[in-house]
Design a protein around this ligand. Structure first.
Ligand code: FES
Ligand code: FES
Length: 191
């Protein structure tokens, strides 16, 4: 039975991949440890545990965060997506499929974080957010998602196997699929 809330613990509800999870946590518990140790969602990986490698990246309200630097109590009421929640049933997310098709991994340890990060990167780029590699940050249209843009935007996710060439290709392919889906949805809405 979960311990009663005290001055050092809180009863919280985390909304993860569309499911509510009730748990009592020490206030110092990171979101990463809550996911892995308390909820058995071990797809999210612990690498450095210091915010430096990106292995623990998840989406909170559709934006990427390193879950080792976020407290579980601060994630209450937010929409959390982990690698376990990005597919649509048996159908892989286009970014997952691209990583698979293009060998965007070797040992796979960094891959859940890479994929979560890539999903958010593609949305950030489509929304017109510039990066440090963007030539014209004042331009209204999103910059082309060049390899340089992808490398800069994904630079918080390290891969110790060095699978970067394939990762860049997979993110590019995922972005294409995202754009095609957006165009198809716009055409359907206009028909
Ligand atoms: S484990 Fe969180 S950034 Fe490395
Ligand atoms: S695939 Fe092994 S760490 Fe990236």
């Amino acid at each position: 039975m979960a311990p009663a809330p005290s001055s050092t613990t809180s009863a919280i509800t985390l909304n993860i991949n569309g499911e509510k999870h009730h748990l009592s946590v020490d206030h110092r518990t990171t979101l990463l440890d809550a996911l892995r140790e308390r909820l058995d969602l071990t797809g999210t990986k612990k690498g450095c545990d210091q915010g430096q490698c990106g292995a623990c990246t998840v989406l909170v309200d559709r934006r990427r965060v390193v879950s080792c630097l976020n407290l579980a109590v601060a994630a209450e009421g937010r929409e959390i997506t982990t690698i376990e929640g990005v597919a649509d049933g048996d159908e892989l997310h286009p970014v997952q499929q691209a990583f698979l098709d293009l060998d965007g991994y070797q040992c796979g340890y960094c891959t859940p974080g890479q994929i979560c990060s890539a999903i958010a990167v593609i949305e950030e780029h489509a929304a017109g957010w510039p990066s440090a590699a963007t030539d014209d940050v004042a331009a209204q249209a999103p910059p082309p998602l060049t390899p340089e843009e992808i490398r800069e935007r994904m630079s918080g996710n390290l891969c110790r196997c060095g699978a970067y060439v394939s990762i860049v290709q997979a993110v590019s392919r995922g972005a294409q699929a995202h754009e095609e889906a957006r165009t198809a949805a716009a055409e359907e809405a206009a028909a």
